[in-house]
Design a protein around this ligand. Structure first.
Ligand code: MN
Length: 430
């Protein structure tokens, strides 16, 4: 891992919050992700499952966390099963968590090697009635592969068919959506690394550069600041590529007079940041580009003010829709008749702004959170309106990450990342 050690009190506290929501006489299990094979002996880089990370800080494959708060044996109330290591294995397979290092990371005292898992699980399962299993209930999830967690769940239900099962997902959705100060600090660090990348790009872009050259500049800055890279697949979209919402080819040349839409941000310690900015290839926006730019910026600033405790996500989107509609009227992109005759299920503004304005952000870029429940202080949201005009050859999106406060406006974790059109022009021309 490139990131600095995280205070284990974060994970200790997260487990305390999780176990407080469990039923009596129950146990919960969480698995690492698999390392996905490519071909022959090559593999994809490892990405830890965010739930076991959230509850333990363990960032290693083939790990299992068991929580059993009512266990009669005190030492079995929290257990980690890890891949065996020792000085000899370390030489051949690389450094893995020792029992001491696992305790230091997670605060969990009882660590067994994986080969003892079945025997110890038998003892634990005879002592509990309910087992919490971890299914993926994220509203955008679309998973075609069988995960390590899925295989473990099948094994568990097959071997212990008389136990009742309960779901970890709703508990984790609620807990993970509200961030602890340590987490907000880690997200802030991810945002700060993103800022360094963006400033580097402002100095680099000129007519004729290729989108992938910009991607390389960002990656350079992210890696040298202890990030493992992009928090999500980067979008670097010049000209009309910006009007393809999930353009990730990043293989075109940037032409004078065009805009480049960036949706690019760093991760840090598995925490995401999520930034969008739109800059002029030549260092100056045209009057029309600037008019649309400032409209998007006003929508972002107004939308941010609506992110307060008690707001419902769907109502927020209706509110943002009204703000956007008035800006589109001002730009002459909509007229009064378009708005009067609009379909309430697909309002007129959606012709130019067809995606959502905000999503939860944290360990996942599109993080956990139950959207039908009211917003709360310390939830982290993106705010990312856009206006996309293929007929005019450009699209603009502006996105910051903010923390909802108990009272007043949200805290903007990206307040130091240039966003005013004039500031971006000045930096590009200095
Ligand atoms: Mn986003």
């Amino acid at each position: 891992m490139k990131y600095l050690p995280i205070n284990s009190s974060l994970f200790i506290n997260n487990r305390k919050n999780f176990t407080a929501k469990m039923k009596p006489s129950s146990l919960a299990v969480f698995n690492s992700n698999d390392i996905y094979p490519i071909s022959a002996d090559s593999t994809m880089p490892f990405q830890q499952h965010r739930d076991i990370f959230y509850l333990s800080g363990v960032d290693q494959e083939e790990s299992i966390l068991v929580l059993f708060p009512d266990c009669p044996k005190e030492k079995h109330r929290e257990i980690l099963f890890l891949k065996e290591t020792n000085a000899h294995i370390a030489v051949w397979e690389g450094e893995k968590l020792t029992k001491e290092a696992a305790f230091k990371t997670s605060g969990i005292k009882t660590v067994y090697w994986l080969q003892d898992m079945e025997k110890i699980m038998f003892e634990l399962m005879t002592q509990c009635d309910t087992v919490y299993i971890n299914t993926n209930e994220h509203y955008r999830a679309n998973v075609e592969t069988e995960t390590r967690e899925d295989r473990y769940t099948k094994w568990l239900k097959d071997k212990y068919p008389a136990h009742s099962v309960a779901k970890s997902a709703p508990i984790l959705q609620r807990l993970r959506s509200v961030k602890n100060p340590i987490e907000i600090d880690l997200i802030q660090q991810a945002c700060n690394i993103t800022e360094k990348g963006f400033r580097r790009v402002l100095n680099f872009v000129k007519p004729g550069v290729w989108e992938y050259e910009i991607e390389a500049e960002l990656m350079h800055e992210f890696l040298r600041n202890r990030s493992k890279g992009f928090a999500y697949t980067p979008i670097i979209a010049s000209g009309n590529n910006a009007n393809v919402l999930h353009y990730i080819e990043n293989n075109k040349q940037c032409k004078a007079g065009d805009l480049i839409l960036f949706d690019t941000a760093a991760e840090y310690a598995n925490y995401a940041s999520d930034l969008s900015r739109t800059i002029p290839v030549s260092g100056r926006y045209s009057d029309r580009q600037k008019a649309v730019y400032n409209a998007v910026l006003r929508v972002k600033n107004e939308a941010t003010k609506v992110l307060t405790p008690g707001t419902i996500w769907a109502d927020y989107h209706v509110e943002v829709g009204k703000i956007m509609t008035s800006e589109l009227l001002g730009l002459g992109l909509l007229d009064k008749a378009d708005v009067q005759n609009e379909n309430p299920d697909w309002p007129a503004y959606k012709k130019y702004f067809m995606h959502g304005t905000s999503h939860h952000m944290g360990l996942d870029t599109h993080d956990y959170g139950i959207l039908t429940e009211p917003m709360q202080a310390n939830m982290v949201f993106t705010v990312e309106p856009g206006i996309y005009i293929p007929e005019e050859g450009f699209g603009i999106r502006l996105e910051d990450d903010v923390v909802i406060q108990k009272t007043g406006e949200p805290l903007n974790l990206m307040k130091n990342i240039p966003i005013e059109a004039e500031e971006i022009e000045d930096l590009m021309n200095s």
